[in-house]
Design a protein around this ligand. Structure first.
Ligand code: DX5
Ligand code: ZN
Length: 227
């Protein structure tokens, strides 16, 4: 299993984003949290800032849109060159069409569900998506506690993806740190967002530590499945 680490710049120094991107250049992607103060009670950054991040980032952009009217607003983030664009199922009227629009603009299309939202409607249209993001906190803020009760939903998504044979990544976001990464990977995650756990120390070391822990959990889970 390939593990991907995607540090969230929500916990970075917003006055020095270019420098912060350099500090996480050993990660696989950079997670960019776009919040509109409507879908979530917080406001971060939007299209013009993400466009500049795309121009200066040494690693691909993993954009997480926490904004209303995803159908109308998401494709522009793909158009500016982001590698992956995630919109929320709760904010979309026609999620399959929105995913198609993201793909046609050249990005991986991903859909996110809040902790209390059923993933079953997403699993019915797995071929429409390149990644599913299962929120492990209520979206809106960094530094919250990981919600282990999301793990059964993650396991169901993992079983559906494996049965389909499709290359759909499973991302978790919220409270991912050394003490929670094991549960997340064992339950089926392969793509890990971490904000406070990466920027709360030396980012390169934190990224390496998370990657080591995740890969060892992945190996243990694979051995368990074979046995
Ligand atoms: C929360 C954001 C997360 C956040 C995670 O709504 O989507 O990406 O930055 O922060 P940590 O890793 O600190 O829980
Ligand atoms: Zn996020």
């Amino acid at each position: 299993m390939t593990i991907r680490i995607s540090p969230s710049i929500l916990s970075a120094d917003f006055a020095n984003l270019e420098r912060e991107l350099q500090r996480i250049s050993t990660a696989d992607m950079v997670h960019v949290d776009v919040m509109d103060n409507h879908f979530v009670p917080n406001l971060t950054l939007g299209l013009p800032v993400v466009e500049r991040l795309q121009q200066v980032s040494p690693i691909p952009l993993d954009v997480h849109l926490m904004i209303t009217d995803a159908d109308r607003n998401a494709p522009a983030y793909a158009e500016l060159g982001a590698a992956s664009v995630t919109f929320h199922l709760e904010a979309a009227t026609d999620p399959v069409a929105t995913a198609r629009a993201i793909r046609s603009n050249g990005a991986r299309a991903a859909v996110a569900v809040k902790p209390g939202t059923d993933v079953a409607p997403v699993l019915e249209h797995l071929d429409a998506y390149d990644m599913i993001l299962l929120m492990t906190v209520e979206p809106g803020f960094g530094g919250q506690s990981f919600m282990p009760d999301v793990m059964p939903k993650l396991s169901r998504a993992r079983a559906a993806v494996d049965a389909s044979g499709l290359d759909v990544w499973l991302e978790v976001d919220g409270g991912i740190a050394l003490d929670t990464v094991d549960q997340a990977v064992t339950s089926g995650a392969d793509t890990l967002v971490a904000g406070s756990a990466v920027f709360g120390g030396a980012p390169e070391e934190r990224i390496a530590g998370l990657r080591r822990a995740a890969e060892s959990a992945g190996r243990a889970a694979a051995d368990g499945r074979v046995a």
